[in-house]
Design a protein around this ligand. Structure first.
Ligand code: ZN
Length: 164
């Protein structure tokens, strides 16, 4: 079964119309279908759209960054954490030393303890995308293996860390 590389621009808002993120004004986004590069609900909404299509795609939290899990909010002794200096609510840092450790958000400071939220910042948020499809083409075998789109000149043309 062949898979496509889809290139699109988007503006992302929450349900109150606040802009969260946008590609418009910068580089468009390209992804390989089925590679899990973009949130599930957005990929479903983009599937089958022709080049030039502008669409509104509403994605419930469950098909975006998931529902909030209150058990992910934990009280931790500050001394156990790899942080220095002042800490205030809203600060974010990686909960471990490897690159895949989750990002946690400080939601409270209580003496020597911090209240940390390991939910994704967009967990529980319903997302509203405005998209414009700029390109659809068949993915190459190499792109399918890598799970991301390549630019002109192949993989070496972008910073995907998968060379060699
Ligand atoms: Zn690659």
């Amino acid at each position: 079964m062949s898979r496509n590389v889809v290139t699109f621009h988007y503006t992302l808002r929450d349900t109150r119309g606040q802009i969260i993120d946008a590609s418009v004004g910068g580089d468009p986004v390209s992804f390989v279908e089925g590679a899990g590069q973009i949130v599930e609900g957005l990929e479903e909404g983009l599937r089958g759209l022709a080049v030039g299509t502008k669409a509104h795609i509403g994605v419930p939290a469950a098909k975006a960054y998931g529902e909030r899990d209150e058990t992910q909010v934990q009280r931790v002794l500050r001394a156990l954490l790899p942080i220095e200096g002042e800490v205030k609510p809203g600060d974010q840092f990686r909960a471990g030393s490897d690159a895949f450790a989750p990002i946690v958000t400080v939601v409270g400071v209580e003496g020597e303890e911090l209240l940390l939220d390991a939910n994704h910042p967009l967990a529980g948020v319903d997302l509203e995308f405005e998209v414009e499809v700029l390109g659809v083409r068949e993915a190459t075998k190499e792109e399918c293996e890598h799970g991301h789109a390549h630019g002109e000149g192949g993989c070496g043309n972008h910073d995907c860390g998968c060379r060699g």
